[in-house]
Design a protein. Structure first.
Length: 275
């Protein structure tokens, strides 16, 4: 009897030990397997990985990218408000453009931008009366001649032509003779005028058809508003010889001699052409 009771107790103890071992194994398997909600990837520390921030950053980088700067066209007109005739004082080549300093027909000094080709012809124009041509050019809008990707449009000088008749119709040489059949005028010493208005020492020797002549000195030259005027004073009389400025120096209308006594015009001789 005692033997059967001992055997039964031993059997029960064995069964309990097997049951505990199976329960421990099941708990161990459960701890090693983590089920993620909604099939999301779970990190080792059980925090969810949020991919939305990286996507938004990519979208922001695409939307905030700046478009390249474009030049805005303007309604500039070539030569508008700029002198058509002038005396050239200085031509200097800068980093961004050529700079021309000139005296306009109103005796005002100003500096105007020009193409680099103008600077290459500097010696041809210094102290010369010229006709100016303009165009709209693109210039670098930078702090130096190094390209920076920015440009600006500007009306600039692209051509200069020496006006042969700028010195009151002076042609080759320093002396010329004009006549209209009634009046004959001999002019000399035009080289005394250096292009600045109201300067010079031009000589005048004029005779009428009856052989009456007069000689004057100290003639001053001024060029403005498309014409040049050389003037002399003789007491209460003022002699003025006018001629239009033309590209080739040939005025088909000829020069005009006007003589005033005080404020009264006492002589007007037109059609004086070179002989």
């Amino acid at each position: 009897m005692k033997k059967s009771i001992f055997t039964t107790a031993l059997l029960i103890t064995s069964l309990l030990m097997v049951g505990c071992n199976n329960l421990k194994a099941e708990n161990s398997d459960t701890s090693n397997s983590v089920q993620a909600d909604n099939s999301e990837v779970v990190s080792v520390n059980k925090d969810k990985i949020d991919n939305s921030s990286s996507i938004n950053d990519k979208e922001d980088s695409n939307t905030t990218e700046k478009a390249p700067v474009k030049n805005v066209s303007t309604n500039l007109k070539a030569g508008e408000g700029q002198p058509k005739f002038a005396t050239i004082r200085e031509i200097v080549q800068g980093d961004l453009k050529c700079y021309v300093t000139l005296i306009d027909e109103q005796d005002k000094e100003q500096t105007i931008g020009a193409s680099f080709e103008i600077c290459a012809q500097e010696k041809e124009f210094i102290n010369k009366k010229v006709k100016l041509s303009y165009d709209i050019l693109n210039f670098n809008d930078c702090e130096s001649n190094e390209p920076c990707g920015k440009t600006k449009k500007e009306s600039a000088i692209v051509k200069m032509e020496v006006v042969d008749g700028s010195k009151s119709g002076k042609s080759s040489g320093d002396t010329r003779t004009l006549s209209n059949g009634e009046w004959t005028i001999k002019l000399s010493n035009y080289d005394s005028w250096d292009g600045v208005n109201n300067t010079g020492n031009v000589k005048y020797y004029g005779c009428d058809s009856k052989g009456k002549c007069i000689e004057l000195t100290g003639g001053k030259v001024s060029c403005r508003n498309g014409k040049c005027v050389t003037g002399w004073k003789n007491g209460n009389y003022v002699y003025a010889l006018e001629n239009a400025i033309t590209e080739d120096g040939n005025d088909s209308q000829g020069s005009t001699l006007i003589v005033r006594q005080g404020n009264k015009v006492i002589l007007r001789a037109e059609g004086l052409k070179q002989v």
